[in-house]
Design a protein around this ligand. Sequence first.
Ligand code: CAA
Length: 259
Amino acid sequence: MSKEYTFIEVSNQASIGIIKLNRPNVLNAINRPMVTEIVKATEAFDRDDSVKVIILAGNGRAFAAGADIDEMAEAGAIEMELLNQFTEWDRLAWVKKPIIGAVQGFALGGGFELALCCDVLFAAHDTEFGFPEVGLGVMPGAGGTQRLTKLMGKSKAMEWLLTGDRMSAQEALHHGVINRIIAKELLLEETLKFAHKIAQQPSLSLRLIKESVYKAVDYSIYEGMQYERKNFYLLFASHDQKEGMRAFREKRKPNFKGE
Ligand code: CAA
């Protein structure tokens, strides 16, 4: 389905919802309506029982070259505060299904922040990440200073954020920002393969694993372990736990139902 700023589709074998940014003439600069489209499509996939995994991808020369500078260049502080546009981005953090990012070309500013909203990130060799906001007289506003710091630690994050320098895919891999580097022509294909692999897993487990991993980022080890344990126990209420363990004992493939 073609929206104004995105393409939304479900993969051939179903189960994978794909959202592609589509504003190639401005390198997929993210304007507010595009954010609305991305968030709505992601939430719709999250509600759709036939979809197990979501892919967020770019298109053309960029994943996204940042938030749309034209949209905010002349804005005032009070206007920005009242608009509070980034709360809409925050809704991506509430999505329960795994989101896999497939990024290529430029992933700058808000484009990098959008990539960092993904749970797993694959990048083409040519990807350039970075936070050029400092050179525009601003700073990241959609989670960049927080998520990058949690991923690579204070000192390294400082360096990238204060200089605005671009980070290659190789550097991003080295710092644990991305999961894999993939040849550009194979990026979507390989991302789909990976998405299909996790889509085979019982969806309640995926959901509670994702939730628990994020608790590890924000909670103390003790609180995180308590959270993990409750989720572990909760899964014993599911059909898929009984099916998974019985199938193991009966030496057959499990038939998961997502319940
Ligand atoms: N906003 C609006 N338009 C953008 C844009 C952006 N972030 N990035 C690129 N474009 C537009 C350019 O203005 C240009 O449009 P025209 O053809 O109409 O002139 C078109 O996309 C192609 O871009 P370039 O001609 O500049 O392409 P290039 O290959 O020479 O350079 C680039 C590519 C290095 C990515 C360069 O476009 C660039 O520096 N873009 C801005 C990057 C940036 O500063 N991003 C941060 C934005 S602020 C932000 O994201 C805040 C936040 O935290 C949410």
